[in-house]
Design a protein around this ligand. Structure first.
Ligand code: PLZ
Length: 446
């Protein structure tokens, strides 16, 4: 089955959003719950490569990849073909009723490509939040302990347990409590905002976190330490060097399960297949989703056989977990990442983006920080060169301008002052440069 070819060029033929999108946005008001909002309400017709085409005939440059999902590109031909083939055979049986090979193959692939060459097992689910919930269930069952340690600025989802694990109140938690218990939050090694400066942020933050865990919870009561190796929604915070390895060592020494939430960072995004690899960390459990299946809903928990198999038969599952079409898509996506060398491509994208953004930051004092790894890059906007006060107003203006010019940009950050860039890894250099030029113009106009 052929996917429609999407021309790899920006094309703006109406205001953004255009009249058809605006009409749909109006119509949506009387049918869609207003609690779900859209960053840029242009309604989509088709997408591929680095382009999203809307129903008004505009072609926008995609710096969002559906929040780190379409790493292999949107409607990637191999993904579409394999998922369609599977859909024509059977759409669902429920793996817990009648199993199928695709599920087993995806688990084999995950066990192979995740960090560490120890004996592993995987479990398939639907959403990122569901994967995180299950990782916590597994850690608790395996250790017989209850406490879960998370960090400032963390994002792990919107379900009840994952809301408790997530740091930011608005919009994720406000009014939705009471939250799950036995969740403890520790300081994050956030170099740009570390009180003594970025230099010793990693070791200092690790020491603080470990002291607090020891004093306030007791290491013997901790089932899991859960962390995003680069925080996503929190603002693409790359932890100070040494923070993650020290935490991982502390976990190992104390029988605590170290869970890496690689839902946003996984599948080549950061210039490694998984972000943990950068500092040579082998997590006990790893949660994945988003980039796993080229846009079809699928998530997973992968970890050591010993931990994963600690759960009694029937203790894990769900009706749709590891849906057969999503499994076919995942196998295609992994093939695509490997055959197109998208890990290498993510590094090249990162070099281009960081280089251009640092040059822009040199000229505008309100860009306080340029950071990221691979194709996961952000800028943090502040009041001025020597004033780290978050500047969400400038962010609003910059993003509005970029959107009006047909560049899909996403925001992030506890203080709502971070612009994040995470294009599909198959975006061409021309579109990448053009997108960055639009951003540069936005600063020039501010
Ligand atoms: N863990 C690290 O990034 C999802 C959230 C968008 P789900 N991030 C995008 C929003 O506002 O809802 C995410 C993540 C990390 C877990 C999740 C949760 O994944 O598939 O959205 O449940």
């Amino acid at each position: 089955m052929a996917t429609p070819e999407v021309a790899q060029a920006r094309r703006i033929v109406t205001e953004i959003p255009g009249p058809k999108s605006r009409a749909l946005q109006e119509r949506r008001r009387s049918s869609v719950a207003q609690g779900v909002s859209s960053a840029l309400p242009v309604y989509v017709e088709r997408a591929g490569g680095g382009i999203v085409e809307d129903i008004d005939g505009n072609a926008l440059i995609d710096f969002g990849a559906g929040i780190a999902v379409t790493n292999v590109g949107n409607a990637s031909p191999r993904v579409v073909e394999r998922a369609a083939e599977q859909l024509a055979k059977f759409t669902h049986t429920c793996f817990m009723v009648n199993p199928y090979e695709g599920y087993v193959e995806v688990c084999e692939a995950l066990n192979r490509i995740t960090p560490g060459d120890h004996e592993k097992r995987s479990l398939l689910l639907n959403s990122g939040a569901e994967a995180v919930e299950n990782a916590v269930k597994i850690a608790r069952a395996a250790t017989g302990r209850t406490a879960v340690v998370v960090f400032d600025h963390a994002y792990h989802g919107r379900t009840n347990l994952t809301m408790a694990l997530t740091a930011k109140n608005m919009p994720y938690k406000q009014g939705f409590g009471p939250f799950a218990g036995e969740v403890y939050r520790m300081p994050m090694a956030y170099p740009f905002r570390w009180p003594t400066g970025p230099g010793d942020c990693g070791p200092e933050a690790a020491r603080q976190a470990i002291d607090q865990i020891t004093a306030q919870i007791g290491a013997q009561n901790v089932a899991a330490v859960l962390i995003e190796p680069i925080q996503g929604e929190g603002g693409f915070i790359v932890p100070g060097t040494g923070f993650l390895p020290e935490l991982a060592d502390f976990c190992r020494a104390n029988g605590i399960v170290f869970i890496a939430d690689e839902i946003q960072t996984g599948f080549a995004r950061t210039g490694d297949m998984f972000a943990c690899e950068h500092e040579g960390i082998v997590p006990d459990l790893i949660t994945t989703a988003k980039g796993i299946a080229g846009g079809l809903p699928l998530s997973a928990v992968t970890g050591s056989a010993e931990l994963m198999d600690a759960v009694h038969a029937g203790g894990l599952g769900g009706t749709y977990g590891g849906n057969p079409a999503a499994c076919a898509a995942a196998l295609a996506a992994v093939e695509e990442i490997e055959s197109q060398q998208l890990v290498k491509r993510a590094r090249a994208i990162g070099e281009t983006m960081l280089g251009r953004l640092r040059a822009i930051a040199d000229r505008y004092g309100i860009i306080g920080d340029v950071r990221g790894r691979g194709a996961m890059v952000a800028i943090e906007l502040v009041a001025g060169a020597d004033d780290h006060t978050p500047n969400p107003d400038a962010l609003g203006e910059i993003v509005r301008y970029c959107h009006s010019q047909g560049l899909i940009l996403l925001t992030a950050g506890t203080y709502g002052n971070v612009i994040r860039m995470l294009p599909p890894l198959v975006i061409g250099d021309d579109l990448l440069d053009e997108g960055l030029s639009i951003l540069e113009e936005a600063f020039a106009r501010l």
